[in-house]
Design a protein around this ligand. Structure first.
Ligand code: HSE
Length: 278
């Protein structure tokens, strides 16, 4: 049995660990009962062990061994929610393989329990723009004039490494500025209003501390804004840059980001995914 879940861009700038947008790249997992827990990424089956993300997800979802085959269009370790997409798809596929139709809230809980990033897990499961509230995920509105453009460097950056540089405490004035940006960003995403986007630009929780880990990410953000993008941010923990353009500015934004990235990666114009887990 199969299931698939969407890629996502977490944070969107000031919404650190809270906001996530589903993007139309998918990870599909096929599952069948087996006497061993294995995963095949295209190079043949490999045994999984307790502590491996996929093993732990299957254990939580069905508690019996499964053979998984993964078809993943989501680039890995680039800040596009690949881990959430693969774990959500795996949890749902193994439940289907045991005759249970997966329930989104349960899949979300399994994924966040093992993988930990609700800002990717929520959009991977529900699609669209999601916020991680203190009591669970909440769907937000996203204006359909917005065209997501991603600049994906070839270099990988692990989320673990990218989180090590994020300060554990911030001054109150910094937190206030960031909350202000996040509030205006949610309104900007709903309305498409350029003034609200302009006020929502930037982030002091994680983008500034992470800047040195992938200088090209920030340079692409600047180029995208100069070319007319309404918004630009680190995509999740990076190194991918997310820009939000419109139909009118899309080509200029792609060109500007591509000229920064050169042959060190690739650009993609994506759509918002509204399906999540299917
Ligand atoms: N919000 C997380 C971070 C991304 O920025 O570390 C999870 O992929």
């Amino acid at each position: 049995m199969r299931a698939s879940a969407s890629a996502s861009s977490g944070n969107l700038g000031p919404g650190f660990d809270v906001l996530g947008l589903a993007l139309d790249l998918r990870c599909t997992v096929e599952a069948r009962p087996s006497d061993r827990m294995t995963v095949d990424d295209g190079d043949g089956p490999v045994d999984l062990h307790a502590g491996d993300m996929l093993y732990d997800v299957v254990a939580a979802a069905v508690g019996k061994p499964m053979a998984l085959t993964v078809y993943n269009d989501v680039p890995r370790a680039r800040g596009l929610g690949s881990s959430s997409a693969v774990t959500a798809a795996a949890a749902a596929a193994v439940q289907r393989a045991t005759g249970v139709e997966p329930e989104r809230q349960r899949i979300y809980e399994i994924v966040t329990g093992v993988e930990g990033h609700g800002d990717n897990a929520a959009p991977a499961v529900w699609g669209g723009l999601m916020a991680v509230g203190p009591n669970g995920p909440y769907g937000l509105e996203i204006n359909d004039v917005l065209v997501p453009v991603v600049g994906i460097p070839n270099a990988r950056l692990s989320t673990k490494r990218a989180r090590e540089v994020v300060p554990r405490t911030v001054p109150l004035a910094t937190a206030t500025r960031n909350v202000s940006r996040a509030v205006l960003l949610v309104e900007a995403l709903r309305t498409g209003d350029p003034d609200a986007f302009a006020q929502a630009a930037g982030d002091e929780f994680h983008e500034q501390p992470r800047a040195a880990l992938s200088p090209v990410t920030g340079r692409m953000m600047e180029a995208a804004r100069d070319a007319g993008a309404l918004h630009a941010s680190w995509s999740g923990a990076g190194p991918t840059t997310l820009a939000l353009a419109t139909a009118d500015t899309r080509d200029a934004v792609v060109e500007a980001m591509a000229s920064v990235l050169g042959d060190a990666g690739r650009l993609a114009v994506l759509s918002v995914d509204y399906d999540g887990l299917i």
